[in-house]
Design a protein around this ligand. Structure first.
Ligand code: PLP
Length: 375
């Protein structure tokens, strides 16, 4: 199988699966137990937290473990809304992941907040000035993604952080698509919150991270036994936490070389797509280097993805109708791409596990399918 849907999820590093086995079969103690078995596991969690903080250039007390990025996002947005005071306005972009957009919709129902969704420009990137222009004395929160999961386009999360650092407005960055694809370091980004998901960078599923800047007013997301310093109760996903710390370390160590390689492989796909009259929906100069969104007019994205799947190639769909979790046609339409073109798009997302041979085989299969299926 040629797997090119790495923005949806990734294969685990072998080191990660070893850790999962180890913490399932050998070191399976409860980290909150007072026996020595549990205490040692607790110590391993502390080491993993410290390693993640070192990797991300923040304090270990700023790293909290959750079950996925969706939970991290819910936590940041719900907590900030709780502390909004008399202010009522949230600013976000219209191309955020549904984890942000639907959580804000729920908060609108619950707390009557006003949501302003700023549209991207024609290149699929939000103009930071348009967000800044919306900020006023009623604004209590801004949430913006670092890189878009459908197009790969990098959003102006730094500029917005710089601007908001002079205010007391909560700021959340959805950084899920950054690790292993972009140099993302919390020491030079000004934000209260940043969300991550282990399975997007060759870690396991079922583990998320929320960075919460020291001093940020925050409410617990789950109450109970008081784990995660009282903010996220429930017995920790020990294997997931330790495996994610290792996945992050490996991803960062190989970041530079992997970025060069993925960019090279993406370019092979870009060139063949252009030859096939594909329309490139990704801003190739301002995007994470593993992602390419391309439309083949006259050929529905869903049809092409299905045909490639039948030929043992897994790609992603941006069409809203059929992909429950990743339906992202709206992301293209919000940038002004016509429905007929947006519905003919597919998302190809690489990882460091893809080889040049695989990509050469893929572009041949792509050419065959496009020529066969295009009306
Ligand atoms: N945010 C972005 C940008 C994503 O791409 C995803 C997953 O695709 C999420 C949030 C949600 O991550 P998870 O499903 O791991 O909670």
């Amino acid at each position: 199988m040629i797997y090119l849907d790495n923005n949806a999820t990734t294969i685990c590093y072998p080191e990660v699966s070893e850790i999962i086995e180890n913490y399932s079969l050998k070191n399976y103690g409860n980290p909150n137990a007072l026996n020595s078995f549990g205490k040692e596991i607790n110590n391993q969690i502390s080491i993993a937290r410290k390693s993640i903080a070192n990797q991300m250039n923040c304090d270990k007390n700023e790293i909290f473990f959750t079950s996925c990025a969706t939970e991290s996002i819910n936590w940041a947005l719900r907590s900030s809304t709780y502390y909004k005071g008399k202010r009522n306005k949230v600013i976000t972009s219209s191309i955020e992941h549904k984890a942000v957009l639907n959580t804000l919709k729920d908060l609108k129902q619950l707390s009557g907040i006003e949501i302003v969704e700023v549209n991207p420009e024609k290149n699929g990137i939000v103009d930071p000035e348009k967000i800044i222009r919306e900020i006023d004395d009623r604004t209590f929160m801004v949430s913006l993604m670092a890189a878009n999961n459908v197009t790969g386009n990098i959003q102006p999360y730094r500029e917005i952080g710089d601007y908001l650092s002079k205010t007391d407005i909560f700021y959340h960055i959805d950084a899920v698509q950054t690790i292993g694809k972009l140099n993302f370091s919390l020491d030079n980004i000004k934000t209260n919150f940043a969300s991550f998901s282990g399975h997007k960078f060759h870690g396991p599923k079922g583990i998320g991270i929320l960075y919460i800047k020291n001093g940020t007013k925050v409410r617990p997301i789950i109450t109970g036994g008081g784990q995660e310093r009282g903010f996220r109760s429930g017995t920790q996903n020990v294997a997931g936490i330790i495996a994610t710390s290792v996945a992050l370390k490996i991803s960062n160590e190989k970041l530079h070389d992997n970025m060069i390689e993925m960019k090279k492989l993406r370019e092979i796909i870009v060139q063949r797509s252009k030859k096939l009259r594909g329309i490139i929906n990704t801003d190739l100069d301002n995007s994470i280097v593993n992602t390419l969104n391309v439309s083949f007019p006259g050929l529905k994205g869903q049809v092409l993805v299905n045909a490639l799947s039948a030929d043992d190639v897994q790609t992603g769909i941006s069409s809203a109708c059929s992909s429950r979790t990743d339906g992202g046609q709206y992301v293209l339409e919000k940038a002004g791409i016509r429905k007929e073109i947006a519905s003919c798009s597919i998302r190809i997302s690489l990882s460091s596990f893809n080889s040049e041979d695989e990509i050469l085989e893929f572009v041949n299969k792509l050419e065959k399918m496009v020529n066969l299926l295009k009306i």
